[in-house]
Ligand binder design. Structure first.
Ligand SMILES: Cc1cc2nc3c(=O)[nH]c(=O)nc-3n(C[C@H](O)[C@H](O)[C@H](O)COP(=O)(O)OP(=O)(O)OC[C@H]3O[C@@H](n4cnc5c(N)ncnc54)[C@H](O)[C@@H]3O)c2cc1C
Length: 557
């Protein structure tokens, strides 16, 4: 039994939203979706690690949520009459993070996962109450490090940081034990027969010990993919869960399509790595990319979309249904596909680059960034047109722009008109044969060291803003030659495809491709991976949702 009788205190102040008490009328509406059940004192209704967890509403008596561990249990919360169990995994079908047990003889209403999905899709008021509670409960578990995973590591270990980021970006709560700081660690090492040489170590549900695991091994151990049926042909498979893929999932699933999302790493894509997106409609004070992605992901789940954390490694397009092959050898059949695999910005090979992304290192020069560095000296890295445009634009509002290029001049890489503008702008200085050697700072980038590759001379400058404009590489190598790409490897769609290209690609229909449709009927591309796309969160979201209207037309045809 749980040792303490007082649940863990909440870190958030919204207890009434995290553990709301339903009205009798609301309980009656929930009861119509489930069934009444009596439970005995001590009866376990959900065990940590169970799949497809039901939801329970307490009518009388009391339930408790506890976290089991090898030494003792932690009482997370007590669920009283009118309150309900459940959190994000109740929707996703992933494994239960806690044990749910009756503290007293109790009367409850039980809803299976599919019934919970039916309820949140059909009852607006209860959907709001349940969804808000699930999201806030997950945030609370995350903040307090209460879940089914324990990470033992060191803040000086790159793999520890990798695992922390992987779990965080996937919104999975975990307990962190630092070998350099936590007194408990010896006891843990002894219990699980591991040593400091094995770190980072991940312990799943107190049972399985993984030594320096890959992200995929962690996902498998925590059961991220176990609830997903990989065999049946979906109406729609979306490859990539950045803003474009998530938007396609929300619109597709909410409009009744059977949707599966495939994602290599975590929902959010590039946007997930942005500490604050300031220009996304409806968020005047900005929103972190991870927060936006987490909300979009749970929204997609609410409408029944499922996600596999797996990499699409090959598209098979010689017959229908099309098939996306995964790294583990699975084959996912699909009637329609939205490709939303985005692009990777070419990054600078500097060890602590990621630390300053969004707080001194930027990959776009818009009005927002220009405001942030108004009146200061800035650096633009790159010799292409995007770098030239950024330099000219930033010169209007900043004190000075240094353009760093590795080559001796711009003539081979930049349009003549931009080169002329750079030459004619007094507060732009071109720094040929120069690259960044080091970055330094605390909460923000403060100093940059650059090196002249001809002389070897280095110089440190108090510069707080660097614009990396070295181009983006589309994630299209896995497409197996199925689709027409542009000269830079981005996917061509709709009006971008010439009659000749369609001919060569054996386009089989009398109609031309729909907007966002590729050179294969039924395969669409949205977001940064698409040639000619405007690389913004809003345009990715817009394209992901527009693609769905064409998927409907196609499935009707
Ligand atoms: C640091 C940073 C800050 C930014 N800030 C802003 C901003 O403030 N405002 C703004 O409008 N834009 C911003 N952007 C640009 C914006 O994030 C992108 O335009 C947007 O994320 C593109 O969305 P997408 O869904 O098309 O692709 P992506 O975001 O690139 O997502 C693609 C997803 O596909 C997955 N994937 C790739 N290959 C495979 C595969 N084979 N199988 C399965 N999954 C795969 C990736 O893991 C990724 O999650 C920023 C970008 C960066 C890098």
């Amino acid at each position: 039994m749980a040792e303490p009788t007082t649940p863990l205190p909440l870190t958030a102040s919204r207890a009434d939203q995290i553990f709301p008490t339903l009205t009798p009328a609301q309980i009656r509406r929930i009861a119509a979706h489930g069934r009444a059940r009596s439970v005995r004192t001590g009866e376990v209704l959900v065990e940590q690690g169970d799949k497809s967890i039901p939801l329970f509403v307490v009518i009388s008596g009391e339930l408790e949520a506890v976290r089991p561990s090898c030494a003792h249990e932690t009482l997370i919360t007590i669920v009283r009459p009118g309150q309900f169990t459940g959190e994000v995994n109740t929707l996703s079908g992933r494994r239960a993070l806690a044990r749910i047990r009756a503290r007293q003889p109790s009367e409850v209403i039980e809803l299976a996962r599919q019934e919970v999905l039916g309820l949140v899709q059909s009852d607006g008021e209860l959907s709001q109450i349940l969804m808000r509670a699930f999201i806030l409960r997950r945030a609370e578990l995350f903040t307090q490090g209460i879940g089914d995973a324990t990470l033992v590591g060191s803040n000086h270990s790159a793999d520890t940081l990798r695992i922390k980021e992987f779990l965080t970006r996937n919104g999975h709560p975990y307990t962190y034990i630092d070998v350099e700081r936590d007194a408990d660690v010896e006891h843990l090492f002894e219990h699980f027969h591991v040593s400091v040489a094995d770190i980072p170590v991940v312990i799943c549900r107190g049972e399985t010990v993984l030594r320096n695991p890959t992200n995929q091994e962690i996902a498998d151990c925590l059961g991220f993919n176990q609830a997903v049926d990989q065999a049946h042909a979906r109406d729609l498979v979306i490859v990539g869960a950045g803003p474009a893929g998530l938007a396609a999932a929300v619109y597709g699933a909410s409009e009744g399509l059977d949707v599966l999302l495939l994602e290599t790493y975590s929902p959010g894509g590039q946007a997930g790595s942005s500490s604050r997106i300031e220009n996304y409609l409806g968020f005047p004070s900005g929103i972190s990319g991870n927060n936006l992605a987490a909300r979009a992901y749970i929204q997609a789940q609410k409408f029944g979309a499922e996600m596999l954390l797996a990499k699409g490694t090959r598209l098979t397009c010689d017959r229908k249904p099309y098939v996306v092959e995964l790294e583990n050898g699975s084959r996912i059949p699909a009637r329609a596909i939205v490709i939303a695999t985005g692009a990777d910005y070419r990054k600078l090979a500097i060890e602590n680059l990621a630390k300053f992304e969004g707080i001194g290192i930027y990959y776009g020069a818009t009005f927002v960034e220009a405001q942030v560095c108004k009146g200061e000296e800035v650096i633009v890295v790159g010799g292409g047109n995007s770098a030239g445009q950024a330099a000219v634009f930033l010169s209007e509002s900043t004190k000075h722009v240094f353009v760093l290029i590795r080559s001796a001049g711009l003539a081979d890489t930049m349009s003549r008109y931009l080169i002329r503008r750079i030459e004619q702008t007094p507060n732009i200085t071109l720094m040929p044969l120069t690259e960044i050697a080091a970055l330094a700072g605390g909460d923000h980038l403060e100093r940059v060291t650059w090196r002249n590759n001809q002389t070897g001379r280095t110089e440190e400058k108090n510069i707080r803003h660097v614009f990396v404009m070295t181009g983006a590489v589309p994630n299209t190598t896995w497409l197996n030659g199925c689709l027409v790409l542009d000269s830079k490897g981005f996917i061509k769609t709709g009006p971008e495809l010439s009659a000749e290209e369609l001919n060569t690609a054996n386009w089989p229909l009398t109609r031309r491709p729909y907007l966002l449709e590729t050179s294969l009927p039924g395969i669409f591309a949205s977001g940064d991976v698409r040639g000619g796309n405007i690389k913004r969160v809003a345009s990715a979201v817009g394209e992901g949702s527009i693609a769905i209207s064409f998927v409907h037309q196609l499935l009707r045809d």
